[in-house]
Design a protein around this ligand. Sequence first.
Ligand code: BES
Ligand code: ZN
Length: 457
Amino acid sequence: MQPVLDYLAANETRFLSELCDYLRFPSVSAQPKHKPDLEKCAAWIANHARAIGLEVEVCPTKGNPIVLARTPRRVGARKPHYVVYGHYDVQPPEPLELWKSPPFEPRIDGCNLFARGSCDNKGQHFAHLKAVEAYLKTGTELPCDLTFLIEGEEEIGCENLAPFLRARKKDLRCEAFVISDNGLPSKRHPALTYALRGIFAVEIRLDGPNRDLHSGLFGGAVDNPAMALAQMLAKLRDKNGRVAIPGFYDDVASLSKYEREMLAKLPGNEASFRKLVGVPELFGEKGFTSLERRTARPTCEINGLTSGYQGEGSKTIVPAWARAKLTFRLVPDMDPQKVQRLVVEHLKSLCPPSCKLTVEAGHAGEPYLVQPDSPRAQAALRALREAFGCEPVLMREGGSIPIVNDFKRILGVETLLLGLSLPDDNAHSPNEKFDLDCFRAGTRMSALLWRELAQVK
Ligand code: BES
Ligand code: ZN
C-alpha cells in the first residue's frame, strides 16, 4: 500500500496539471452548441484512462457518449468488482460576468482550483482515476476489479444512462457503485452520505394575447400573462416555504428522533450557514433546522422566470407570454410520478381563463435512502478515517443523483456516496472551485477503499 500512497504524493503537481486540461473543455450538456465539446471531452478522458493502463470503450448513445474504463483483469483471480460513476458534463457557467477568472481557464489560487466542473464533477472522479493509476504504475496488485462509468448527461437528467445499464448489465454486474459527486461538511469531517433527495422538473408557459401589445392601449382589458404567472407561482408555497399543493406531503417520511440528534451534531450552525449564502435572514419550514430543511424536507423552487422586455430602459407592453422553470426536491417516500400528477392538476386549477396554460414535465428522479451500517459502509468509513486523518460522519444530502435508483432497480446494487466537495465550493454557481486538500485526501481515500472493500465478505 505504501508505494501507492507515495506515488500519489510524489505526482500531485502533474495530476493537477492534467486535471486542468480536463477542465478546459466547456462540456455544458444543457447547451446544444457545446455538443462537440462534450465529445472532445469524452475522448480526452477516454485517452487519459487508456494512458493510465485501463481498457477503454467510448460508447455512443442518442445523446453524449458514455466512457467505460476497466482495470485489466487477471485470469483466474476472482476479485470483487466495483463500478465508479462520474460525469464529465458540467452546468452552464452563466452569468459569466460574476466569474473572477474565465470558467474554462482553470486557475489555482492557494488551496483552491477554480473552474466550472472542478468539484461537480471532474475533479472528484479524477481523484479515483489517479488512485488506480497509482496501483497500476507502481505494479501494486489492485484488491478489486474496477470499472469506471463516466457519462455526459448527468446535469440534464441522465436520459440515456438507464438504457445503457440495461444493455450492459453483464459488464456492470458488481458488488456496489461508488460515487464521489456530492459533499462533506468540512475538511475535518469526511462523510458517508446515506440519503439524497429526488427531483421533479417542470416548465410552464402562459400564453396571453397573440403578440406583445401596447400596455396603454390594451392594458386593463387584456390579462397580463407575466402577472397571471406570478400569481399562480405565488400560490405554490406558503410564507414559510411549505409547499401548498394538496396531497404533496402525504408520503413524506418523518425523521426519527435518533436521526435528528445525529444531524444536529454535524458541524456548521445557522449563523455560519447564513453567512455562507449571504442572506439577511434564513428561511424555511417551521420546526426544522436549516440542515433538515435542505436535506430531509421537500421543496418547490423557481429556477428560471422569463417574460416581457428584459433589455435596457422601459418598454410599455403587455407581454404575449410568460414562462417559468420549476423543480421540486423530493424526500423518502415521495413518488415523482405522483408528485407530477399533483403538480399538473394544481397548476391547471390555478390558471385563470384569460390565459392558456402549457405544462411540460421534465426529468424526474426518486429520492434515495440506505442503511449506513452495512459491512461495505463500514469499510468506506475506515478508508475515509485513514485518508482524512479524522473521524468520518454520516449525513444526508439535499442534491439529487437520480441514477443511483436505477443502479438499484436495474442492477440490484447499492451505492456508496463518498463526496469530496465542500459547502463553499460553489457547485452550480459562479467561481466553482475544488479544494486541493479534498482532492489529495480523495486520491488516498480511493486507494484505501479498494483494500478495505476487498476484505468485506
Ligand atoms: N453533484 C450533483 C448532485 C449533488 C450535489 C448531490 C451535492 C448531493 C450533494 C449533481 O451533479 C447535480 O447537480 N445533480 C442535479 C440532478 C438533476 C439535474 C437531475 C441536481 O441535484 O440538481
Ligand atoms: Zn451538478
